[in-house]
Ligand binder design. Structure first.
Ligand code: NDP
Length: 361
C-alpha cells in the first residue's frame, strides 16, 4: 500500500494503483508473486508444486503443513527457507512475511473457509481449491472477507483456463452453432474402498462425488450454456453401500436454464466418466476428456478438431491468476463463480433428499 500522499499521487500518475479494482497495490519491485501452498497432500505434491517450477509470474515461496517430516522434505526439495514454513497454529504470522503474496488453500473442503478467511485477514491474496466450500453461506462469507481486506480471491477451476474449453465457451457465447439446446456432462472416477476412511468419504469434511467431481459437470453446464440454472431435479445411487456410507457415490442431476436449454449431468466416485457434449440448433461440439489434467480434446459436427496442447494446466492457471493480481484486475474465476456452483449443489442435495422433486433455484 502507498504510505504517503506523494507516493499515492505518483502511483496514480503511473497508473499503477489498483484501488479502483478494490485490490491492494503490490510493491513495484515484484515481477513474480510468492505463493504459499497450504496442505501438502496429493494435489499440492503431485500437481501444484511441480507446476510452480514452470510458472513465470509466480513461484513456490512457502508452505503450510501440519506434518514436520513433510516440511523438511519440501524445504530440501524446493529450497524453501525455514522462515517461509508455517503450520496451522502459526499460520496467521504469514501477515508479517513479505515473501508470500498469495496463499493457495489446498485443504479438505471443510477447511477452505477457515483458511481463506485467515489468509485474507493476514492481507494475502487467496487461491482456493474447488469446491469452494460446503455451503453457499460459507462462500458468501469468504467473498466478503476477501473484499473487506482488499485481496483477490479465485477458485481453482483449472478448466476455465484451458484453451480447448475456452473455444467451447466461445462457441456458446458467439452462438457459432446456434443456441444451445441440450448438454450432457459426466465427471467421475473409481475411488478405492479406502475412501470410506479418508476425508472424501466423510460428510462433515465436505466429501462425496458431487463436491469432488460433480462441480466439474455443473461448472461445465454453466460455462457452456452461459446462463444460471433456474431449477434442478436429482437422484443418487451407490454400487458400494459399505464404502459410501455417509456421502454420495453417484449423483445424477438435470438442470433447467432460463433460455430453455437442459443439461443432464452425472458424477461418480464409482464410475469412470469424462465427457462434455453440447447440442445446439445448428450442430454439436464435444470434449472428451473434458476435465483431465492434460490431453483435453474434442470435435465439432462440421469436422473441426479441438486439440490445442497445453504444457501444464495448473501453471497456466496460476500464471493467469498472478498476472491478474499484478495488474489489479479481477481473476478469470473469482469467488462468485465458486459460490454460484455451491448454491446449485445445495439445491441438488435438496432434490435428492426429496426423491427427485424439482427444486427452483
Ligand atoms: P489430500 O487428502 O491428498 O491432502 C489434503 C492435505 O490437507 C493433507 O495432506 C494435509 O496436509 C492437509 N490437512 C489438514 N487438515 C487435514 C485433515 N483434517 N484431514 C486431512 N488432511 C488435512 O487432498 P487433495 O490434495 O486431493 O485435495 C485437497 C483439495 O484440492 C480439495 O479441495 C480437492 O477438492 C482439491 N483438488 C483439486 C483438484 C483439481 O484438479 N483442481 C485435484 C485434486 C484435489 P499436511 O499434512 O501438509 O498438513
Amino acid at each position: 500500500m502507498p504510505t504517503t500522499r506523494r507516493q499515492f499521487i505518483h502511483d496514480v500518475a503511473l497508473g499503477t494503483t489498483a484501488f479502483g479494482m478494490g485490490l491492494p497495490l503490490l510493491p513495484k519491485t515484484k515481477d513474480r508473486l510468492g505463493v504459499a501452498l497450504v496442505g501438502l497432500g496429493y494435489y499440492s505434491r503431485d500437481l501444484l508444486a511441480p507446476a510452480l517450477q514452470l510458472t513465470k509470474s509466480c513461484y513456490l515461496a512457502g508452505i503450510v503443513t501440519g506434518n514436520s517430516q513433510k516440511a523438511d522434505e519440501w524445504m530440501k526439495k524446493y529450497k524453501i527457507p525455514a522462515k517461509n514454513v508455517y503450520n496451522y497454529q502459526n499460520f496467521d504470522e504469514l501477515a508479517k512475511n513479505p515473501d508470500i503474496d498469495v496463499v493457495y488453500v489446498v485443504l479438505p473442503n471443510h477447511l477452505h473457509r477457515e483458511y481463506t478467511e485467515r489468509a485474507a485477514r493476514a492481507g494475502k491474496h487467496v487461491w482456493c481449491e474447488k469446491p469452494m466450500a460446503p455451503t453457499a453461506a460459507d462462500c458468501e462469507a469468504m467473498i466478503k472477507v476477501c473484499k473487506d481486506n482488499k485481496v483477490s480471491l479465485s477458485i481453482g477451476y483449472r478448466m476455465q483456463h484451458e484453451p480447448n474449453t475456452q473455444e467451447l465457451i466461445r462457441f456458446g457465447r458467439q452462438k457459432t452453432y446456434g443456441k444451445v439446446k441440450m448438454l450432457t456432462a459426466s465427471a467421475g472416477f473409481v475411488a478405492g474402498d479406502s475412501i470410506s476412511q479418508a476425508w472424501r468419504g466423510k460428510q462433515s469434511m465436505g466429501g462425496g462425488a458431487l463436491f469432488d467431481m460433480g462441480v466439474y459437470s455443473l461448472n461445465a453446464a454453466r460455462y457452456a450454456i452461459g446462463e444460471e440454472p433456474v431449477a434442478v431435479s436429482a437422484q443418487k445411487f451407490t454400487t458400494r453401500p459399505a464404502v459410501f456410507k455417509e456421502v454420495d457415490e453417484t449423483t445424477l442431476f438435470t438442470l433447467e436454464f432460463p433460455g430453455g436449454a437442459v443439461a443432464q449431468c452425472s458424477t461418480s466416485l464409482g464410475i469412470n466418466m469424462n465427457t462434455l457434449h453440447v447440442t445446439a440448433e445448428k450442430g454439436w461440439y464435444r470434449l472428451e476428456p473434458f476435465q483431465s489434467y492434460n490431453g483435453i480434446m474434442g470435435s465439432t459436427s462440421d469436422g473441426k478438431l479441438l486439440n490445442i496442447k497445453t504444457e501444464n494446466q495448473q501453471a497456466l492457471q496460476m500464471d493467469n491468476d498472478s498476472k491478474a493480481i499484478m495488474a489489479g484486475k479481477a481473476p478469470l474465476v473469482p469467488g462468485e463463480e465458486g459460490w454460484k456452483d455451491i448454491k446449485v449443489v445445495e439445491a441438488i442435495f435438496k432434490s435428492v433428499a426429496l426423491e427427485g422433486k424439482r427444486i427452483s433455484i
